[in-house]
Ligand binder design. Structure first.
Ligand SMILES: Nc1ncnc2c1ncn2[C@@H]1O[C@H](COP(=O)(O)OP(=O)(O)OP(=O)(O)O)[C@@H](O)[C@H]1O
Ligand SMILES: [Mg+2]
Length: 267
């Protein structure tokens, strides 16, 4: 997605090193936060220095899923107390081939996302521009839904990674997000991930139906990033606050994530 400049938001530099991926969904609970951390690990293992930013400003929980204790968070940046680069917490040793990455944690309970002002979103966007040359990949874990601030973050990114499940409600809400961004004039070409799929082939069929609707009614051609099977090792690893490939070196869900990273890197 090529980020049309946000209203009153400084446009992100076109010369930066790291493309920004926004992980979004219409419906909540489809696996964005879990997937954002897995993408960060898998990009790292593929040799890409990755920064993960928790942009779920109201109900952040990447640090909780990972069991890390950040010393600073994005809330301090939003409030102007810190520059974005001072809010970075290295996870699993920081960026490197062991799957480590840098995290800018969120701040749970900092208030509804809607209460965050436009300038505060802009401050994060500007901070990302400064940090981008230090990384190969930047991943934004967004809040669910179509709140204006969520859409601003989505538009500030280069690529929209749209997460859905096979459920009609998740698909309808994903479609609503694409439609709204389209109506706002954003040049979007979302990459779709079908999570918690019964099988990869079923996930593909669900994507095909979604893509057909986007094409027919909006003239858009979403790309298929891949499907991730429902895997009981995922909730197990979250309960243990240990990343999936660390707790379970072999798992269907992480294998699916690796394929997705290959597709994203190729596309
Ligand atoms: N592939 C999977 N297999 C099984 N369970 C999964 C899978 N992916 C995610 N989950 C489950 O879904 C739950 C919700 O995941 P997560 O918190 O990442 O969703 P989210 O989209 O970020 O939610 P929110 O919209 O509230 O931010 C997790 O606690 C996990 O147990
Ligand atoms: Mg989340």
């Amino acid at each position: 997605m090529s980020g049309a400049a946000l209203p009153n938001t400084p446009p992100l530099s076109r010369t930066r090193a790291a493309p920004i991926f926004a992980v979004a969904s219409g419906k909540g609970g489809v696996g964005k936060t879990w997937l954002s951390t897995m993408l960060s690990i898998a990009f790292g293992r593929a040799g890409q220095r990755t920064l993960l930013v928790d942009c779920d400003l109201g109900l952040a929980n990447i640090d909780v899923q990972l069991g890390v204790r950040p010393t600073a968070d994005v809330h301090s940046v939003v409030r102007g107390f810190l520059e974005l680069d001072s809010a970075v917490t290295p996870v699993m040793g920081g960026p490197g081939r062991n799957g480590g990455f840098d995290l800018i944690a969120g701040h749970s309970g900092s208030g509804a996302l809607g209460a965050i002002k436009l300038e505060e979103v802009a401050r994060i966007a500007t901070g990302l521009t400064k940090l981008a040359p230090h990384y190969d990949r930047i991943i934004l874990d967004l809040a669910a839904g179509i709140d204006p601030n969520v859409l601003r973050f989505a538009r500030a990114a280069d690529r929209l990674i749209l997460v859905t499940t096979e459920e009609p409600t998740a698909l309808t809400d994903a479609y609503a997000m694409v439609k709204l961004l389209h109506l706002q004039g954003a040049k979007i070409e979302p990459w779709v991930i079908v999570n918690m799929a019964e099988s990869r082939s079923r996930g593909r069929r669900v994507f095909d139906q979604f893509a057909m609707a986007c094409n027919e009614y909006l003239g858009l051609k979403p790309k298929f990033a891949g499907a991730i099977c429902r895997d009981p090792k995922v909730p197990d690893s979250i309960r243990a606050q240990t990343p999936l490939p660390v707790r379970h070196p072999q798992s269907q869900a992480y294998e699916d994530v690796i394929r997705i990273v290959e597709a994203l890197n190729a596309g």
